[in-house]
Write a protein that binds this ligand. Structure first.
Ligand code: C5P
Length: 239
């Protein structure tokens, strides 16, 4: 009997007959403001699952190690069971969001001279505080070697996806990824990659094509995610 292992804000993780494999179910929920804002959008789970599956397949084709096995149905994936590293790993190419707030930048959009790499503790109660490597190691969230590996993979992801989204007419402004370790200790990319956890701006108009349309109430989330998916499919077809 499948057992619900984890109930997240936007995903459920279920056991399967294989103890090394889990089933991820993408839900139609959208949340923001540390879970205080919550809505349900029909088809959102399918869109996130499809976009994330395409992105993970593309990354794996280019040598990135991930937990992904395959898309199982419209809103379900099979993934390798990993021990999650309890950190949000953010890379920024362009100043936006909390980066601008923290450093008092009045406008978003400045291209950063080097990608900025940030770790955040996963805690709604504490509003996901910023952490450095020694904080994370002191809290036993990861080891120095795992810290090196998460940034090595994040840099690979940034390079590959900046190009892929550019081919799809979008700027990859920033993104949050999560990692896990396999039973042999290897660090792999886990969780998802969708417009829920990255910022994508239209290359020409700089229109927002990600969850900021929901967070800031500046557009229709489903329309925007459908456009991201269509552009991504076009770009992948030209690969
Ligand atoms: O809010 P902030 O500017 O720190 O977000 C940076 C990136 O991380 C954005 O792409 C955002 O979508 C993502 N993020 C996330 N989950 C969070 C916080 C941020 O996916 N809890």
């Amino acid at each position: 009997m499948a057992e619900l292992l984890y109930q997240g804000k936007t995903k459920e993780m279920w056991t399967t007959d294989d103890p090394e494999v889990l089933r991820a179910v993408y839900k139609d929920d959208a949340t923001a403001l540390d879970g205080l804002k919550h809505d349900v959008f029909q088809n959102k789970g399918e869109l996130d699952a499809e976009i994330s599956s395409l992105v993970f397949e593309y990354l794996m084709k280019h040598g990135v190690k991930t937990h992904f096995i395959k898309r199982l149905s419209k809103n379900e994936q099979l993934v390798k069971k990993v021990k999650m590293i309890d950190l949000e790993v953010v890379t920024r190419n362009i100043a936006a969001g909390s980066f601008c707030k923290r450093y008092g930048l009045k406008e978003e959009g400045e291209k950063l001279d080097t990608p900025v790499e940030e770790l955040f503790m996963k805690s709604d109660a504490l509003h996901d505080p910023l952490m450095n490597e020694s904080d994370a190691i002191a809290f036993h969230l990861l080891t120095h070697e795992e810290h090196e590996q998460i940034w090595e993979i994040s840099r690979q992801v940034n390079q590959l996806l900046t190009k892929l989204f550019a081919d799809a007419g979008m700027l990859l402004v920033d993104f949050k990824v999560e990692f896990g370790t396999l039973p042999n200790g290897e660090v792999v990319l886990a969780d998802e990659f969708s417009p829920d956890n990255c910022r994508l701006w239209d290359m020409e108009t700089k229109d927002h094509m990600d969850k900021d349309v929901y967070r800031r109430q500046i557009g229709n989330l489903i329309d925007v995610y459908e456009r991201v998916l269509a552009r991504l499919k076009d770009a992948l077809a030209k690969e």
